[in-house]
Design a protein around this ligand. Sequence first.
Ligand code: BG6
Length: 515
Amino acid sequence: MGCMSETTTWANPLRDPRDLRLPRIAGPCSLVIFGVTGDLAQKKLLPAVYDLANRGLLPPSFGLIGFARRDWAADHFVDVVKEAIQAHCRTPFRESTWNNLLKGIRFVQGTFDDPAAFERLSQTVQELDRDRGTRGNHAFYMSVPPSAFPVVAKQLAASGLSRSSEGAWRRVIIEKPFGHDLKSAQELDRTVSEVFDPSSVFRIDHYLGKETVQNLLALRFANSMYEPIWNSNYVDHVQITMAEDIGIESRAGYFDGIGAARDVIQNHLLQLMALTAMEEPVSFAAEDLTAEKIKVLSAIRLPHDLSKHTARGQYAQGWQGSREVNGYLDEKGVDRGSTTETYAAIRLDVDTRRWAGVPFYLRTGKRLGKRVTEIAVVFKRAPHLPFESTAVQELGNNAIVIRVQPDEGVTMRFGAKVPGATAMEVRDVSMDFSYGRSFTESSPEAYERLILDVLLGDPPLFPTTKEVDLSWRILDPIEEFWSTLGQPQPYRAGTWGPAEADQMLALDGRHWRMP
Ligand code: BG6
């Protein structure tokens, strides 16, 4: 028997999982995590599994199998899982939830190239089916470097673990990066599709699991006041910002040579752009939502002059609050001559009637002034202002800003009369909706939502191969152009990026918002 989601009624990303009338509870199944000792598993995946269990969204028989090289005893693995959960879970730690989860936890030791290890995995899976009642339903989470995907996929196939059968499903979850360019993404896709049916492949872009990203759909399509002005008649431009205050931490091995654009523009920011720019989908079922995103991604046009409308930067030594921090080239594991960008900004246009002439500016960077992700829809100025120019000197453009994180919410910026002034004076003010203040429940973590969706077989929040390919088609020419340039422009850690990025907007007569 498959999970409860296999009916179409579940395919709605706007549905609140806490809705008691329609509980989205996974059916009997297990989750196998490859790379369970890694950072992602420890900080996000294991805590998300626990939080789901704590919210009553996992079946009592749920199985959790860790697969890793380390020669750990099963007991030690259990201790590691518990520590990770206690350190990072979102909901309160309860012994009763933990004790129940514990019954289904298993550890399989081995390397990815060892068929005997996959044989042990196969036996463990069968044991869970028999003793815990997971009924042949198993999801495999590849929390491993992309170079390991092919070998793991082939081992799963060889040991018969990848095959769904009548009434029992097998699914695979792939973490980004989905390749490093179009060609490698297509190769990866070929490898995975040789082993898994396309409908069993779930590509994780964790931004799509964030509540505020889903709220963007609610804001646009559940209300009547935004859609009429959401177009080139009223919108001047859109700025999508993903700023981080952290550096590359201990991830030099992954990040150096990849850079900020491949790391987050190719996936998170282009997905945010697609959701901001798309037409109303016929429904929120995966194929309808994807169809609209694909139209946007296909209509994106690169600027003619990439030297003027893109910018790269690399953080130099500076200050993060009161702490002095290293420059990128002095980070552990980074090549001293590295030309990898830690900041990237690009201008994109969308060749559709709705968006003709409205640039979308995307920027991301590490070691910037603060951590913030937002989508700012900036409106044209009023065609006529019946005030003296001194009265409106400081008036900016109206804007709707969707704050993805932190302090999730929406802000509207508009002009208002300064109270009491004898002459008419107008200044910018903000009107604020904050999730924290409007709802008592805290938002689930993106990984809770996405893991649950995989276990339910609910695909709307997962990018398809076509979306991934189109995103690389957009980024590849930019990367190719950047590869002909030398060192990215340095910017001081704790600031808002390289001067090049400011010039890029100044050329268009605009400036970056200060989030
Ligand atoms: C990941 C990137 O996808 O997203 C990281 O690889 C980045 O470089 C992270 O730090 C940011 O995620 P979040 O959810 O903290 O915004």
